[in-house]
Design a protein around this ligand. Sequence first.
Ligand SMILES: NC(=O)c1ccc[n+]([C@@H]2O[C@H](COP(=O)([O-])OP(=O)(O)OC[C@H]3O[C@@H](n4cnc5c(N)ncnc54)[C@H](O)[C@@H]3O)[C@@H](O)[C@H]2O)c1
Length: 282
Amino acid sequence: MIFDRNEKKEVIALLGAGSMGTAIVRRIAAGKKILLGDISEKNLERVSHDFQYSGYDAETMVVNALEKGSVEAFAEKAAALGDVMYFIDTAGASPNQAKPEHILALDMVGTGYAVDAFGKVMAKGGAGLIISSQTGYMFPIPNEIELEILNTPTEKLMDLPFIRETAMQGSGIAYMIAKRVNHLQAQKAAATTWKERRARINTISPGVIVTPLAYDEFAAAGEGYQKMVDSSAAERCGTSDEIAEAGAFLLGEHAGFITGTDLLIDGGVIASIRTGVYKLQG
Ligand SMILES: NC(=O)c1ccc[n+]([C@@H]2O[C@H](COP(=O)([O-])OP(=O)(O)OC[C@H]3O[C@@H](n4cnc5c(N)ncnc54)[C@H](O)[C@@H]3O)[C@@H](O)[C@H]2O)c1
């Protein structure tokens, strides 16, 4: 059986083959080559089987986003497959899944490794997307500290006094800070390494999206979470497909003038917090 005779295909690399990542990839993957990277071999097997039987051409690689060398090998493998036109990073852990050290190492430093590594291999006209979070809007970082973060290499982020003293206080605060840092990482790359390759990079900050990760959050912080969602304009959680719709737009040619920015997709949660309609607890 030969379903597709094309040999030279554009490459899509997905780091973190979870709910949102795979939904985004399915929107853009017809006729392209997909490289799926995840720490979980079981997850990779399941997703690549689904993709294969839905007409997509996918390869897998076990990648640990916590390890710079592993992420670099992933980027190199993507480049060996063809022109890397799309990179999507959704590898992350949420506050109730991990300790602050792990959240910062994965959601902040790991994302930095990926942005750096793909900043060396993206093809001209390519686009990247980092999945941040609405929580990136919940704990404003003073401007001078943001400038310090922007000027700090990925390997040194954990050494910053603000990260060591403030972000390490708890998993919730670590997550908020890591997700804000994702916005800064995209800004920095858009203006420097990715710009030099004529590639764009943006973030999406989703609100509560019903995925296994959101089940974990609801199980641990149910009542506050429920009130936050109920107070929002949408009065509901979101779906991975709604994130995928916006992701496909940001990765596509109609978004050619959009780089270094964040798109908040939260059903109005941050609007209700900023206007005092909902008071954030803790
Ligand atoms: N679901 C939500 O409500 C929500 C809201 C806002 C932001 N987010 C963020 O969106 C991203 C994706 O979340 P999701 O809901 O699709 O979750 P998910 O659990 O379905 O996907 C995350 C994937 O990352 C992988 N992963 C974890 N650690 C890894 C590592 N060290 N190396 C490589 N891969 C690793 C997991 O195996 C999983 O496949 C995360 O960064 C999360 O913080 C989620």
